[in-house]
Design a protein around this ligand. Structure first.
Ligand code: GLA
Length: 766
């Protein structure tokens, strides 16, 4: 290696003067020399270090500068060990050249006696100790009252695809193990931490964050995040990052829809969403969470995320450890649109259970809006016949089939088939659905119980509660305490039995309220708050085991709409229900917001009778921007409407791979009361683009619809344009180059209230 170091430095640093001025520079080069040589052979201009060619991301450690560097796709991430043995963030952003200098880390100066250095030294993982005033990653109380935790670098290992760094308190045997794993295709970095008590006594963890992301210095950052409420999820918020702290959080016991665990930070204020530097991140956790965005007086921006510290405490007995959620982070040079596309690719190709060979979402029918709780064999069979006749591929029976379920007052928890509604069990219905060429799906809400149920009468102690206090009901139901081993075992057993008894291909897994009185009286008082972690771990455990035992079953995460959508649940489910609001116009903004963080291919969208005054075509085109479903009462649809539906379903199947798995460009956002909405999806091979355009209403009788400028096409290829629905302007040529369409644009004839159009651009000869 010494030879290579000499050789490489001699080549890259023209004068020995510069080597003297920067003694660390050559050292990084020495480690990277193999990679530099290999990069000459690589079409991407980059390669893995020798001996690690199969590793997904390049991970390097330079022992002379004590700098770690991770590279993949268009991203470089680097941090170093400073003279205090702290892990100091050095760089996160666009990929650097292999020989770009990454200087050794040196502690920053705080400036005054009021501002200890530790607060302005950007750290990867910092304990609450010394004079720390910023958000800590870890805070611990020891049994002797000591609450000082100062974490220093201990050692590290580089595995094929992960960097693992151990830290330790300066005195006590508290270890924190950091794991970094970068996705090759997108440069999205997964970070997580494990806190381990190797002392002889228990200790209490009071804050446990997965990671802190430190952004490059800038005075001009803008934060975007997603907020909402039931039936009004996925509203994009946007604000300047000023000195101070913004907390995004859920205290609800689950992800929640008031705030989603995703953020994006743009440098500068870009009106064009496909240009500019954007850093983004999302938590893989389906329980209470926090993301804190802080900017200090030195203009440093740091983002810390993991469990919310609110009402948090986790006692670790000697030898025990606590694993944090995963905090994913990424960088895009192509604006917030590029950031979304990276996240979508990551979710579909690396995160969801069947990645990278995910099945396209089948066209689904769901009975909820048609029959609500009034399901029975004859009624469902009649709906199934209609659904099959228009091309539906999966028939899902929603709420109402079990226990004494007539409405939402009773039955949750009693997962036996209601003998009045289904006297012969579910088999005849399932057989019928199969005979019609569809697969069968079923609604369940396994984490909940109605007080009016056999389960609750038998086990009133199984719900979250504080002894002797009222148990607040929401939707007449209580939350089962899944953290209890007996509840976990019961829930698994019930679902396993259902899936073993019946030929079920799909579960719509619902969760229709958030927590209240989150007590766990069965354990010692000092362990009760473990419920926040243990509940979610057990939820994940059940999902994991069910999938392993029933590999053909797919699962949708639903929580009264989109209240449990996050990168944790998406690692174990196949799709999500973004909102109970199925109004086709409202959906345009809901879907727009959803796609900032999550892929259209994971987003179920139904055509229903909500907003019936709009044309069926409008409703279909709105839903066709995601994974298409139908939730209307098909028994009431006229033959003409069924014909339209059949045509639209067939068209959807033609463009489905592009819509579900393609690159999404939000060409015109329906946000902020816009009259217009245009999305474009481009297939990965650039052979097809699909554009959907919507008009709310034309001001002043008539206003020309904005010209549509597609993006992401192959400039040189010739694309033929075809209207799927609605009209293109008369003068639109039949075919032109990708460059032409992108530069000259396309006009659609939309002039009246609630009109929509869709067209495809298909490479000639395809
Ligand atoms: C929730 C879901 C709906 C439906 C009902 C059934 O609200 O979001 O789609 O399944 O529960 O009770």
């Amino acid at each position: 290696m010494f030879f290579f170091k000499r050789a490489f430095c001699a080549r890259s640093n023209r004068s020995s003067q510069s080597r003297l001025r920067n003694p660390h520079k050559c050292a990084m080069h020495s480690v990277s020399f193999f990679a530099a040589v290999l990069s000459l052979l690589s079409p991407l201009g980059w390669s893995q270090p020798a001996g690690a060619q199969s590793a997904p991301a390049a991970i390097r450690y330079d022992s002379s500068t004590r700098v770690f560097r991770i590279d993949a796709a268009d991203v470089t991430y680097a941090f170093g060990i400073n003279e205090k043995e702290e892990l100091q963030s050095l760089y996160w952003g666009k990929r650097l050249a292999i020989n770009d200098p990454l200087q050794a880390a040196h502690r920053r100066k705080g400036g005054s006696s009021f501002d200890p250095d530790v607060n302005v030294t950007p750290q990867e993982m910092v304990g609450w100790g010394g004079g720390l005033y910023v958000e800590p990653d870890v805070k611990i109380t020891f049994p002797d009252g000591n609450r000082d935790l100062v974490l220093h670098y201990l050692d590290h290992t580089i595995e094929a695809n992960a960097l693992i760094v151990r830290m330790k308190d300066i005195q006590r045997d508290v270890f924190v193990t950091l794991r970094y794993e970068m996705n090759t295709d997108t440069g999205i970095l997964a970070r997580t931490a494990r806190i381990e008590n190797k002392t002889q006594t228990p200790l209490t963890v009071e804050e446990a964050e997965a990671a802190t992301w430190n952004l490059p210095a800038s005075r001009d950052y803008q934060l975007s995040y997603l907020t909402g409420r039931w039936a009004g999820e996925w509203a994009l918020q946007h604000q300047a990052i000023n000195p101070g702290k913004t907390i995004l959080e859920s205290r609800r016991g689950s992800t929640g829809d008031e705030s989603n665990p995703w953020f994006a930070i743009e440098r500068g204020n870009h009106s064009d969403e496909d240009n500019g530097d954007v850093w983004f991140g999302a938590l893989g956790w389906s329980g209470s969470w926090q993301i804190a965005i802080e900017k200090n007086y030195a203009e440093q921006v740091r983002v810390t995320g993991g469990f919310t510290p609110f009402d948090f405490s986790y006692r670790l007995a000697a030898g025990e450890s606590l694993q944090t959620p995963t905090f994913y982070g990424g960088y895009s040079h192509d604006g917030i649109g590029g950031a979304s596309r990276l996240l979508h690719r990551f979710e579909l190709n690396a995160l969801v259970p069947q990645a990278p060979h995910r099945r396209l979402r089948p066209v689904l029918y769901n009975s909820w809006e048609a029959t609500e709780f009034n399901v029975d064999e004859a009624g469902q069979e009649a709906l199934a016949e209609k659904a099959a006749s228009i091309g539906v591929e999966r028939f899902v029976m929603d709420d109402g089939w079990f226990g004494q379920r007539k409405d939402d007052h009773a039955g949750l928890g009693d997962w036996y088939v209601n003998p009045v509604k289904f006297p012969h069990g579910l088999k005849p219905l399932i057989d019928k659905v199969h005979a019609l060429g569809m697969d069968f799906g079923l609604w369940v809400e396994p984490e909940m119980v109605n007080p009016d149920s056999d389960l609750y009468r038998a086990h009133p102690d199984w719900v979250l509660n504080f002894t002797g206090r009222p148990r607040s009901e929401e939707r007449n139901q209580l939350v089962l305490n899944l953290a209890r081993p007996d509840v976990r075992a019961h829930v698994f057993e019930v679902l396993d039995k259902l899936l073993s008894t019946y030929d079920i291909s799909f579960l719509k897994w619902d969760y229709n309220r958030n927590w209240s009185e989150p007590g766990w009286p069965a354990v010692a008082p000092e362990d009760e708050k473990r419920v926040y972690v243990a509940y979610v771990q057990n939820l994940y455990g059940i999902l994991r085991e069910l999938r392993a035992k029933h590999p053909g079953v797919e699962i949708e995460s639903c929580s009264g709409g989109g209240a449990r959508v996050d990168l944790g649940i998406l690692g174990l489910t196949d799709e999500v229900w973004p909102s109970d609001n199925t109004n086709a116009f409202d959906r345009l903004s809901i879907q727009d917001g959803f796609t900032y963080a999550y892929a259209p291919g994971l987003m179920m969208s139904w055509v229903t009778d909500s907003h019936k005054s709009t044309s069926l075509e409008y409703r279909f085109l709105s839903a066709m921007q995601g994974s298409l479903g139908i939730g209307a009462n098909l028994k009431d649809w006229s033959p003409a409407n069924l014909d339209t539906a059949r045509k639209m379903v067939a068209q959807y199947k033609q463009v489905r791979p592009t819509v579900q798995d393609g690159a999404l460009y939000r060409l015109i956002s329906p946000r902020d009361g816009s009259e217009y909405s245009v999305t474009e999806s481009v297939s990965a091979d650039l052979h097809q683009a699909v554009v959907f355009a919507f008009l709310h209403s034309s001001p002043m009788s008539y206003a020309a619809y904005p010209r549509i400028y597609p993006r992401g096409l192959d400039e040189k290829a010739v694309y033929r344009i075809t209207a799927l629905d609605g009209q293109l302007a008369r003068e639109t040529p039949a075919a032109a180059s990708g460059a032409f369409w992108m530069q000259a644009g396309i006009d659609v004839n939309l002039w009246a209230d609630f009109q929509a159009a869709a067209f495809t651009l298909q490479k000639e000869g395809e």
